[in-house]
Write a protein that binds this ligand. Structure first.
Ligand code: LM2
Ligand code: CA
Length: 461
């Protein structure tokens, strides 16, 4: 296939929402590479509107005004290039959140300058797009049951590009290929459902091959499609992977309610797993429609752990920052709206991906093995094997689950990667002895235990 998912043994994506480029690079080196993360989804790198009058909300990034990468909120183009190189050296891909459906809207500041100094106004981006490059439906999408409107009218007042025109297709593809040339390995296509399928196809078909270190094939593409009765994910799977929002709702409700015993079949009836990008929460749902988020603590971490242990889909782990009051609140920043470097031990950065870093090694080690040997105990507890390569137990109740589990694991001492990490032979978690295929564990309340053959033999308590 033209846009195959990243290789199965390192497919985990982490969304480092709003992180500075230099902080992403450091995280690739210190944490993501060593634990086997496959890729980072970074926030949009293109020049965008600057809404000082509204306190620099996070969503100003979703109103692009040019394709320059000299976007100062998270760093310079040179910082971006350095990040891509350092992450690649650490074995981690960069996926860019690419805004292809629209440019800016009519916010509090309808005209420039943008974050890199470009002048603009809605429907006029000098040297890039003029009025004729936008669709004729210059009003908000009103009838979401009308596919034509959803794809050709304006999403929350954002100037809607006429992606049927060659000029727009060429210009968008030139931006994406600039990124591919830097070494970017894939894209999240923002608001893909609002771009007609044929137009996505035309843009994707213009993409160059990725860096030789990533195999030199076409970039990985996953499309943001919030499926409904009007537009399903199936119309977009020919062009790449798609976001599966029903998975998000299913896993979030299950862990929120403590009804997880049935989840071995999670994903059944949804988009085929080899086309689905899955997540517990994303940057939109955690604000507009929260079910289970970083504010829910252990139960949320448990859900992200479960997602990594379960074979359906390509998992995307969320990494958030907190806000109080308005959901518009941007990340920690200085007075001029420039984002602060990430500090996971202070400030408002949650860094919840670190809590599940060990489970990424589990996912990589059990790749290719299905779910078997399921054990339940009431509605809130579920354990299963991943063939002879791994075994995981999840406890979404308020009391410990103590029992002996039967596995197909080779006998030995295993690092519990649900409660720590195993990097370069060093285990910083509890360890378990598997003997005659069996081990006895006390799975913590709202916690898990996970053992795999890639974290065997050299554990230190
Ligand atoms: C997405 N996926 O399809 C992003 O995941 C989502 O975060 C984006 O919305 C959206 N599509 C457009 O890229 C965010 C935010 C909106 C915000 C837009 C544009 O959730 O609230 O809209 O970015 O910045 C804002 C105002 C809205 C206003 C609009 C245009 O909230 O009231 O509409 O700007 O000025 C008049
Ligand atoms: Ca559109």
């Amino acid at each position: 296939p033209a846009h195959a998912a990243p290789s199965g043994d390192r497919d985990v994506i982490v969304h480092l929402f709003q992180w500075r480029w230099e902080s992403v690079a450091e995280e690739c080196e210190s944490t993501l590479g060593p634990n086997g993360f496959g890729a980072v989804q970074v926030s949009p790198p293109q020049e965008h509107v600057v809404l000082s009058g509204q306190g620099y909300p996070w969503w100003q990034d979703y109103q692009p005004v040019s394709y320059r990468l000299d976007q100062t909120r998270r760093g310079t183009r040179a910082d971006f290039v350095d990040m891509v190189d350092r992450c690649r050296d650490a074995g981690v891909k960069i996926y860019v959140d690419a805004i292809i459906n629209h440019m800016s809207g009519t916010g509090s500041i309808g005209a420039g300058p943008g974050s890199a100094g470009s002048s603009y106004s809605k429907y006029d981006y000098p040297g890039i797009y003029q009025s004729q490059h936008f669709g004729d439906c210059r009003r908000d999408i009103a009838n979401w049951n009308d596919k034509w409107e959803v794809q050709n009218c304006e999403l929350v007042g954002l100037s809607d590009l006429d992606t049927s025109s060659d000029h727009v297709r060429d210009r968008v593809a030139a931006y994406l290929n600039d990124l591919v040339g830097i070494g970017v390995a894939g894209f999240r296509l923002d608001a893909a459902k609002h771009v007609p399928e044929a137009d996505v196809q035309a843009i994707v078909s213009r993409l160059d091959d990725v860096h030789a270190d990533w195999g030199g094939g076409k970039p990985y593409v996953f499309q943001e499609v919030i499926a409904d009765g009007t537009i399903g994910t199936g119309s977009y799977t020919p062009m790449g992977d798609v976001t599966e929002f029903q998975y998000h709702r299913d896993i979030s409700h299950a862990f929120d309610d403590g009804n997880i015993a049935h989840l071995s079949g999670l994903g059944g009836g949804l988009t085929p797993g080899d086309k689905a990008v899955v997540f517990v929460a994303n940057h939109d749902t955690q604000r507009s429609d929260p079910i289970l988020t970083h504010t829910d603590g252990a139960r949320y971490d448990l859900a992200q752990s479960f997602m990594l242990a379960h074979p359906y889909g390509t998992p995307k782990v969320m990494s958030s920052y907190t806000w109080s009051g308005s959901t518009d609140t941007g990340p920690p920043m200085s007075a001029d709206g420039t984002t602060d470097p990430t500090d996971c031990s202070a400030s408002r950065w949650v860094c919840e991906h670190r809590a599940v870093a060990g489970m990424v090694s589990f996912r990589n080690a059990v790749d290719g093995h299905g779910i078997g040997g399921t054990v339940t105990d009431g509605d809130g507890r579920l354990a299963f094997a991943r063939g002879s390569a791994g075994y995981a137990a999840f406890n979404a109740t308020g009391s410990a689950w103590t029992r002996t589990f039967s596995t197909d694991l080779p006998d030995g001492t295993y690092c519990d990667v649900a409660n720590g990490t195993f990097v370069d032979g060093v285990c910083d978690a509890p360890s378990y002895e598997v003997s005659d295929g069996r081990f006895t564990a006390s799975v913590p309340a709202n916690g898990a235990v996970a053992l795999h053959v890639g974290a065997l033999g050299e554990c230190e308590d």
